[in-house]
Design a protein around this ligand. Structure first.
Ligand SMILES: [Zn+2]
Length: 310
């Protein structure tokens, strides 16, 4: 995936909280639940929003196991640096932070236009970079949670070191499009929040609402991938120049390593317990990303109405 050198970036869609205030705010990594439980947290948001409840006052500990008081209050948003260094697609082609800005811009440009085509208004969500731990509208979280979307405050949270972990612990090939898939999945959850679908994502098990919600987010990621290179920015030209076969194969490789069955078998105790499934199997995640990518139609992501989740 390459970006148009001359396209404009909008760095305001990212807030950088990695600075001295927030960075490592809880003193490094806090084990959550032990036994690699935290790893299941790729796009975990239901641990927060369903099982843990969404604290409205911001004082309750999240289900993940740390309290807000464990996270330093001095988290600051560095508003200037990204805006200064990430101005154009050329910046995204040479700088990783700026590439993430470009990906988020492209995803949200797509959904803005898609909502508008159906007479609705898409409300943009900001992605927050953090390291170590972070306070959220859904409670405190650590990097071990993996990237997630918090419906209570409508932010996507990500510690970019997760992408290294995908390679080293999950054995994924990695690459920029892996990151694009993960972000597009999280923004899929934001779309679900805007459309009111989020509440249906309850329970665990192979046909649970949680699994259906996660597979739909994977499908939405595929839908964006279909449109990425044809979605114009405000300048009229697409920011993403191309999505290659290699990009898609990296997304699918990632999907194959974050299914519940793969994680339980390879990163858990080796035993697959279907009743605890929350995201779907690797094969299902590949299937639904592919469905979205092939059709380019959000309506094809009908995971709540189908009897065939794959
Ligand atoms: Zn998810």
């Amino acid at each position: 995936m390459r970006f148009d050198d001359n396209a404009d970036l909008d760095a305001s869609e990212i807030q950088d909280m990695r600075g001295s205030g927030g960075g490592g705010g809880i003193g490094g990594r806090v084990a959550m639940g032990g036994g690699g439980l935290g790893l299941v947290g790729l796009v975990i948001y239901f641990l927060f929003s369903q099982f843990g409840g969404v604290p409205s006052t911001g004082t309750s500990p999240a289900a993940g196991g740390i309290g807000l008081s464990d996270v330093q209050s001095g988290q600051q948003v560095d508003a200037g640096t990204l805006a200064k260094k990430c101005k154009t697609g050329a910046d995204a082609n040479r700088d990783h932070d700026c590439a993430i800005v470009a990906i988020v811009n492209s995803i949200q440009d797509y959904w803005t236009q898609e909502f508008s085509r159906s007479g609705q208004t898409y409300r943009k969500a900001t992605t927050r970079f953090f390291t170590g731990g972070v306070r959220t509208g859904c409670g405190g979280a650590t990097s071990d949670t993996g990237p997630f979307y918090c419906p209570a405050d409508s932010y996507v949270y990500i510690d970019l070191s997760f992408f290294n972990e995908l390679k080293t612990r999950f054995g994924a090939q990695g690459g920029l499009f892996t990151e694009a898939y993960v972000l597009a999945h999280e923004y899929g959850h934001h779309v679900q929040n805007l459309t009111g679908t989020s509440q249906r994502g309850t329970g665990t098990g192979p046909t649970s609402g949680s699994v259906r919600l996660e597979l739909q987010a994977d499908c939405y990621a595929g839908v964006w991938a279909n449109h990425a290179s044809t979605t114009p920015t405000s300048s009229g030209k697409p920011l993403v120049q191309d999505v290659t076969r290699d990009d898609i194969s990296r997304a699918l490789d990632t999907a194959s390593r974050i299914g519940d069955d793969y994680i339980q078998k390879n990163l858990g105790n080796g035993h697959v317990d279907k009743s605890s499934f929350s995201h779907g199997t690797s094969a299902q995640r590949e299937k639904w990303f592919t469905t979205g990518y092939r059709t380019g139609q959000p309506a094809s992501c009908n995971t709540f109405s189908t009897n065939d989740l794959g």
